[in-house]
Design a protein around this ligand. Sequence first.
Ligand code: C5P
Length: 235
Amino acid sequence: MKNDVIIACDFKNKADTLAFLDRFEGKKPYVKIGMELFYGEGPDIVREIRARGHEIFLDLKLHDIPNTVKKAMANLARLGVSMTNVHAAGTIDMMRAAVEGLELGSNGPRPLLIAVTQLTSTSQERMQRELLIAETIENTVAHYARNAREAGLDGVVCSPLEAGLVKTACGADFLTVTPGIRYPDGELGDQSRVTTPQKAREIGSDFIVVGRPITAAADPVAAYERVCRDFLKGE
Ligand code: C5P
């Protein structure tokens, strides 16, 4: 499995996104497209960025009954994305249906499928009080990750600080895709549990998802190259 840096393209529309990608000239970074852009611009935004030669992580976090998720996933696979995701809270049956849908819609190898365990915006206190999950966050993340592996998924999205825990629970081959990347000299924004690209790699991240440290940089291409150098060192 190839490690990579994924740029979170959290732009408000297609024009801003394409203008950003144009700055990379010959380079074709792996990009993440999320709900805001997808719901605003529709599936054509995925087709267009794909046609420009980028690999795409389509971050739509599906969570519905298995039959609906299966059919939706078949459509996402037809868009030619490389990676997509579901909420592990949808159950093992739902995650299995998601894998089946991706296989149905793919010509060649299916896109990677990863699960969201607990959102990093959910505190342990709220998870216990509002969702009635009495366990610790760590136990819940490890358990949902094992469910995802049992369902045939490829990995999970998690905090880089949880990547080691996930590898211990599910094995070294189970992928960890981690946002929450920051440099000590950069802005935290709304992230709190963060680490650097180097440290994320040491702890066990396979893919890092980096947004503002690249998209809001004065020179995004130089910022992207710095992150790649630090994360992919030695490859
Ligand atoms: O700008 P920043 O580097 O914080 O962007 C991180 C990206 O990863 C955003 O698109 C954010 O929505 C996403 N994300 C996250 N934490 C999660 C899941 C996704 O920051 N737990």
